[in-house]
Design a protein around this ligand. Structure first.
Ligand SMILES: *Cc1c(COP(=O)(O)O)cnc(C)c1O
Length: 401
């Protein structure tokens, strides 16, 4: 296999793999901080950071060391027994986020599914909704993952088309529309599930005051506010959790992605005691959820995020990067927007689609992701420096000229 050239990797992937992705033909073999290297030795600044799973930078040495150390001891016990990492993971995550109860899972989608199960049960046992009638309000253009339960309440034809029938119990309202949210509430409403900033939709920010009002209404109407912070959380927007920008606290917060710094799938449901308290032994679980390897990795990933000032750097470098994107003199750029290091540039429709620009950017040493035809997202690891932002802006500026 060592004589494989880049074209061979692409050919074999296309031959043998399902075509559920359309990757750039860049075959990466090494990563360090914000930089990745392909099999031909070309270096790129990674402006996707694995959809924000690599906030701490590629192959962070301290997370790597924690992973190796734990792998030499014990990796999986199952939750039939206890292990000596889980309690530490709980304490450290609770101290950092102020949560009272934690349920560890693996992928982000599993955290979302877990929250849906828990709030439905909460609805029946605590709120008193008649069994089988719970409703959850979600937002149009949401992205919460790829499982059947989740794609059933997606508004994206690619995500849901051909995969039905779907589970009932979800009501969709436009994101940022308070009137529509209020009108959708019924006595059976148990939860509102929403992203603080819609990432996959193209980095869509809520109108000012929207979340403060949603929070107030949820409290008044006894509705659980679930924030999906799988992408916005853990420093991406310049705060540990994006809810802090809105001055609110969710009842249930979902995190994943950067919870492991990109080393391992680790996700978690964070909540108060009331919601997760409804789950009794045997009612939910996961073979790998809360395993000692995952816990050791997540502990190190959280530690470096805080100790190395990555959240503050995301705020600082994000503001600087956004200002630079807004100052690009280009007549094909419609708008630059974002918060912290969760950024996007939207091109005018006549510019001919973002995919071509993303391919040109790759040729100049920047890996970014197009979304929804005309938008390019920039979300580098949170360890990016001012010089590296300048380096990126110079190349982005040349490409959109
Ligand atoms: C990535 C993502 C998910 C799904 O996470 P997976 O680990 O891919 O299952 C859910 N919600 C949001 C907001 C995400 O960005």
């Amino acid at each position: 296999m060592s004589s494989f050239a880049a074209a061979d990797f692409v050919r074999v992937e296309d031959e043998l793999g399902a075509h559920n992705y359309h990757p750039l033909d860049v075959v990466l073999t090494k990563g360090e901080g914000v930089w990745v290297t392909d099999v031909d030795g070309n270096r790129y600044l990674d402006c996707l950071a694995a959809y924000s799973a690599v906030n701490q930078g590629h192959s962070h040495p301290k997370i790597r060391a924690a992973m190796i150390e734990q792998a030499q001891k014990i990796t999986l016990t199952s939750r039939a027994f206890r292990n000596d990492q889980l309690a530490h993971f709980y304490s450290e995550l609770a101290a950092l986020t102020g949560s009272h109860k934690i349920l560890p899972m693996n992928s982000g989608a599993e955290a979302v599914e877990t929250a849906i199960k828990a709030v439905r049960k909460w609805g029946y046992e605590v709120k008193g909704v008649p069994e089988g009638q719970a409703e959850i309000i979600v937002c149009a253009d949401n992205f919460h993952g790829r499982t059947l339960g989740i794609v059933g309440f997606s508004s994206d034809p690619d995500s849901r088309g051909g995969f039905g029938p779907f589970a009932p119990g979800f009501v969709m309202v436009p994101f940022g529309d308070l009137k529509a949210f209020e009108a959708a509430i019924t006595p059976q409403t148990v939860a509102m599930l929403v992203e603080p900033i819609q990432g996959e939709a193209g980095v869509i920010l809520p109108p000012p005051g929207y979340f403060a009002a949603v929070r107030r209404i949820c409290t008044e109407r006894n509705i659980v506010l679930i924030l999906d912070e799988i992408q916005t959380g853990l420093g991406r927007t310049g705060k540990l959790l994006a809810e802090a920008h809105e001055g609110i606290e969710a009842d249930v917060t979902l995190i994943g992605k950067a919870l492991s710094g990109g080393f391992y799938p680790v996700s978690a449901v964070l909540s108060n005691t009331e919601v997760l308290g409804v789950l009794q032994p045997g009612q939910h679980g996961s073979t790998f959820g809360g395993n000692p390897l995952a816990c050791a990795i997540a502990r190190a990933a959280l530690r470096v995020l805080v100790e190395e000032g990555m959240v503050e750097n995301a705020a600082k470098m994000g503001a600087y990067f956004l200002e630079g994107l807004r100052n690009l003199r280009s007549n094909i750029v419609r708008e630059a927007r974002g918060r912290g290091l969760m950024l996007a540039v939207e091109l005018h429709a006549e510019a001919g689609g973002a995919r071509g620009f993303v391919e040109t950017l790759a040729g100049r040493g920047i890996l970014a992701k197009d979304t929804h035809g005309h938008t390019i997202r920039f979300s580098p690891p949170l360890v990016i420096t001012r010089d590296e932002v300048d380096w990126a802006l110079e190349r982005i500026g040349a490409v959109v000229k």
